[in-house]
Design a protein around this ligand. Structure first.
Ligand code: ADP
Ligand code: MG
Length: 640
């Protein structure tokens, strides 16, 4: 089948009302429509969703499968498509059996055009095999960096996508991500068995942002100083929920309007604060990394990291929320001497001893009343704080163990679980007029629900008990009890909201000693995490090359020009003697590297391993040779 660009534009206009594509969107769309396996690299907010939604709708019928990791984002996308009159369904492990069945019905009758599926759902062989019966046009893998164990957010459940490729072999795959180093990009294409490598990539250069690193042992004063000297909307990223409030209070007391945000707050409060910040009513948002996904604010002038991030990927993404409007902006990283130790400790924290991980598995199963051999494909509510209290555990360690258990495929802790109540009406519309044997309250509630919400006859829909209470003039408790009554009478199916996250158990409980946490998810991952942390330490404390150059080199992009705006470039302009310090840094690195490799190293390896400025490294190397500090023999360099 061939498609013209008039067709794709027409779809863009018809469903979304947009007149033109953004850079790269059209290339990606044409590529997938011509049947080629495609990797699209675009920054967050760049418009990746349309690159599979538009081509998905170009086909007159059939389905586009979209694998995506976050249930909350999945929900947003499905609702969004519904708003644009496109039928989409989701399947994830947080859904009840009944909901799953209804979703399947929509798939089988061919009405649904998009299927959003969470990767751990693909762990179930039977499920994957059933997908074979659907007419699929292509497969999309969103957040594709989760596929690569070299990436900062590897999710082994993503490897299940390979099964999908096996079962539905003749359709192309579209992989999308915002961050991928060259190694990760190559790995994604390998894992997905691309027929030919094909990457569309938007340059990562953001030339309106000045990247700055400030070393200070009184970060809070430095923060105040920066905010006092700049103007406009700002984000301050910190690594703990507690700190968001502390710093926000401190700023408010110092006359700078601020608010705070983290994943533990109620949805209503989150929305309220987000809006206050978006409208400019509040200047500074102090937040954990939970803040930012899906936030479209163009005029953020300053993004400050109060704590060091665990990878340059994450730093680049978060710092990149500054200056979307193209105007001059700042990204500042605050560091202090103790930060190195803190970062190193994070690695230890992320990998509790295997013995402890297995012990946690056993305790959780006991706590959830799952006996050995049982629990296959079940969902249980899980209150992590209470669990830790009962078993006298550190929450951090428990979370790390849960992550490892999830990577090993034993348990998946799902925190962003749907927290609103859901309802589906079970009888036909006509039958509703003949219902007599329910209470007055139940009747009122039913009437209100029919007025307030649509689509409940065909699928589960979200409801708010408070809305229903307001509309029916009943109390929330009365509404709740009436809903239970209607559920018992089989008039509707009511799934009350739960404040609690859940644990999804994909396989039956194993004997504790049989739990296998492989090298690939333990030792190997630990090394990779250490390497990423070393890159952050290098960026922050050691390297004295232009910040932009350094970061782009990390993402595999050559940008020979110095940016002229970062702290290193400015320092160079102010103080030419700085060049010598740079050289000193580079010499040190080369010496250090050779000391760690007494077996000898090739020039190319040294150049690629000792910092992004290859020329500087090369000149350091020849200087060291001339001085007799380094020896060149059999094409290898040695420390003498
Ligand atoms: P990403 O997944 O790359 O982070 P999204 O797909 O969520 O980004 O898109 C970000 C925003 O950009 C959305 O609000 C979307 O509607 C908007 N957008 C995407 N493409 C276009 C376009 N061609 N014209 C106008 N707005 C667009
Ligand atoms: Mg996206």
């Amino acid at each position: 089948m061939t498609f013209t660009s008039a067709q794709t534009r027409q779809i863009l206009k018809k469903y979304w009302g947009f007149d033109s594509f953004r850079p790269l969107q059209e290339d990606i769309i044409n590529s997938i429509l011509s049947g080629q396996d495609t990797l699209g690299l675009m920054p967050t907010g760049g418009g990746k969703s349309l690159t599979f939604q538009v081509p998905g709708l170009c086909f007159p019928h059939g389905l586009t499968i979209v694998v995506t990791p976050l249930i909350s984002l999945m929900k947003d996308q499905v609702d969004n498509l519904k708003k644009h009159r496109v039928k989409a369904v989701s399947l994830h492990s947080g859904m009840s059996r009944k909901e799953t069945r209804i979703a399947w019905e929509h798939l089988v009758n061919g009405k649904a055009r998009f299927l959003y599926v969470s990767p751990e759902k693909l762990q179930n062989e039977r499920f994957v095999v059933e997908l074979r019966n659907l007419k699929v046009n292509f497969i999309t893998v969103d957040e594709a960096h989760c596929l690569s164990q070299w990436g900062y957010d590897f999710r082994p459940s993503y490897l299940n996508i390979k099964k999908l490729r096996k079962v539905i072999p003749d359709v192309p795959v579209l992989a999308l991500t915002a961050t991928a180093t060259p190694v990760v990009a190559a790995d994604i294409m390998k894992q997905l068995e691309f027929k030919q490598p094909l990457i569309f990539k938007k340059s990562f250069v953001r030339d309106n942002i000045s990247y700055i690193v400030r070393n200070s042992d009184t970060k809070i004063h430095e923060l105040l100083h920066i905010l006092a000297k700049t103007a406009g909307s700002s984000i301050v990223y910190v690594r703990s929920r507690k700190k968001t409030k502390e710093i926000s209070d401190y700023l408010n007391n110092s006359g700078i309007s601020a608010t705070y945000y983290h994943a533990g707050l109620d949805t209503g409060i989150k929305t309220e604060r987000q809006n206050a910040w978006k409208s400019g009513e509040v200047r500074v948002m102090v937040a954990t990394n939970a803040f930012g996904m899906g936030i479209d604010k163009a005029d953020v002038r300053v993004v400050i990291h109060f704590d060091l991030p665990p990878s340059l990927e994450e730093y680049y993404q978060e710092a990149g929320r500054a200056g979307r409007d193209g105007k001059k902006s700042y990204a500042v990283l605050l560091s202090s001497k103790s930060d190195k130790g803190i970062l190193h400790r994070r690695v230890t924290e992320a990998f509790p001893e295997r013995k402890r991980v297995k012990e946690t598995y056993e305790q959780i199963c006991n706590h959830l009343h799952i006996s050995i051999g049982e629990g296959y494909d079940s969902i249980k509510e899980f209150d992590i704080e209470r669990f830790c209290e009962l078993f006298k555990k550190q929450e951090k360690e428990c979370r790390s163990s849960l992550r490892l258990l999830s990577q090993a495929g034993y348990l998946h802790f799902i925190e962003d679980y749907e927290k609103r109540s859901r309802v589906k009406i079970l009888c036909e519309r006509e039958e509703l007029y003949h219902i007599h044997d329910v209470s007055k309250g139940a009747e009122k509630v039913l009437t209100s629900i029919l007025r307030l919400y649509t689509g409940l006859f065909t699928d589960y829909g979200l409801i708010k008990e408070s809305e229903v209470a307001y509309h029916s003039k009943l109390s929330e408790t009365e509404v709740y009890e009436s809903l239970l009554e209607l559920d018992r009478a089989k008039i509707l199916d009511y799934i009350p909201r739960s404040g609690l996250p859940v644990i999804y158990v994909p396989t039956a409980r194993e004997e504790t000693h049989a739990i296998l946490i492989g090298r690939d998810i333990y030792e190997q991952r630990k090394e990779e995490m250490s390497a990423r942390i070393e890159s952050v330490i290098d960026y922050t404390f050691v390297d004295k090359t232009c910040r932009v150059k350094r970061m782009l080199a990390y993402f595999g992009e050559d940008n020979p020009e110095d940016c002229g705006k970062c702290d290193v470039c400015r320092e160079k302009k102010k103080n030419p003697g700085y060049i010598n310090e740079m050289k000193k840094g580079s010499l040190k690195k080369v010496i250090e590297y050779l000391r760690n490799h007494p077996e000898g190293v090739r020039a190319l390896t040294i150049e690629s391993q000792c910092g992004p400025d290859k020329e500087l490294t090369a000149s350091s190397l020849s200087y060291l040779c001339n001085e007799g500090i380094v020896l060149f023999k059999d094409n290898l360099y040695f420390l003498t």
